[in-house]
Design a protein around this ligand. Structure first.
Ligand SMILES: O=c1ccn([C@H]2C[C@H](O)[C@@H](CO)O2)c(=O)[nH]1
Ligand SMILES: [Zn+2]
Length: 133
């Protein structure tokens, strides 16, 4: 599967976004090491702060479906430039993706910005910090 194909999966997921409050649709697609693709969209709520971003929806869906091994991630939103994930999503990505995992951020026109998980969240808090003894 080429990189464009992951973009297409993220675009299709973006169509499924539930965004009655912001109108801002976001889609994410995770390519697993086995080649399968897991997608996510943002899901808003009348209690705005309960909103789940596309990136976290995709990661949580991956875990719920029994997968762990992330190969790479694509995210797409509309805008002049690609958007970068919020702080909460960066922390969740850091939990499940090796630091070098490629994250490609797209706008709907297909412009892209390639980053790694550790570019997005250097010095992440991680489970290693919980193993102090
Ligand atoms: O990287 C991002 C940034 C924002 N959002 C969502 C959250 C909310 O539904 C809307 C506006 O913030 O976009 C995402 O899903 N991913
Ligand atoms: Zn987020």
């Amino acid at each position: 599967m080429g990189r464009d194909e992951l973009f297409n999966h993220a675009m299709a997921a973006r169509e499924r976004a539930y965004v009655p409050y912001s109108g801002f649709r976001v889609g994410a697609a995770i390519r697993l090491k086995n080649g399968q693709v897991i997608t996510g969209c943002n899901v808003e709520n009348a209690s705005y702060g309960l909103t789940n971003c596309a990136e976290r929806t995709a990661i949580f869906s991956m875990i719920a479906q029994g997968f762990r091994d992330v190969q790479e991630i694509a995210v797409v939103a509309e805008g002049e430039h690609p958007v970068t994930p919020c702080g909460a999503c960066r922390q969740v990505l850091a939990e499940f993706c090796p630091a070098a995992t490629r994250v490609t951020l797209y706008n709907t026109a297909g412009q892209s910005l390639v980053m790694s998980v550790s570019d997005l969240l250097p010095f992440a808090f991680s489970k290693e910090a919980l193993q102090s003894e």
